[in-house]
Design a protein around this ligand. Structure first.
Ligand code: FES
Ligand code: FES
Length: 161
């Protein structure tokens, strides 16, 4: 089947999608967007988190067909600027600067979830950060650097406003 959707601001039509295919598979394997990671494919780890109509979802749990006529934003789409001249979003920069990235498998999902948190709550407490990121698992960092990155991203956003 064909799926028509908007991805990172661009209208797309994707052909030959099979009925059981996940949004994650379609993004990664058919659309050249490997940023969202496939770590568990069961909705457990959050590595595949993308925005669907402005709400973070696990792309591995969403059927590709459910994205018909809807808007998806992936971690690639958070970067600012025209194609070829993109700059990292403040959240992406903060994860790099805080040393919150090791193997990087969890990072795209954490960045999308953090982006959403800070949009909704520009000055989250540590408890609110932990709650917002509770569905995003990391097996490398011990989470402290991730908390540092979220705090740094919130500070940067606040300073830019
Ligand atoms: S790959 Fe989707 S939640 Fe783990
Ligand atoms: S950096 Fe490796 S899983 Fe988080």
């Amino acid at each position: 089947m064909r799926v028509n959707l908007t991805v990172n601001g661009s209208e797309e039509a994707v052909d030959e999608v099979w009925e059981g295919e996940s949004l994650l598979y379609m993004l990664r394997e058919r659309m050249g967007l490997p940023g969202s990671k496939n770590a568990c494919e069961q909705g457990e780890c959050g590595s595949c988190t993308v925005y669907l109509d402005g709400v973070p979802v696990c792309a591995c749990l969403v059927a590709a067909g459910q994205a018909q006529d809807r808007e998806v934003v992936t971690v690639e789409g958070l970067a600012q600027g025209p194609p070829g001249e993109e700059r990292l979003d403040a959240v992406q920069e903060a994860f790099v600067e805080a040393g919150a990235v090791q193997c990087g498998f969890c990072t795209p999902g954490l960045i999308v979830q953090t982006h959403d948190l800070i949009e909704r709550n520009p000055a989250p407490s540590d408890a609110e950060i932990r709650e917002a990121l509770a569905g995003n698992l990391c097996r490398c960092t011990g989470y402290e650097k991730i908390l540092d990155a979220v705090r740094l991203a919130a500070e940067r956003r606040a300073a830019a406003r």
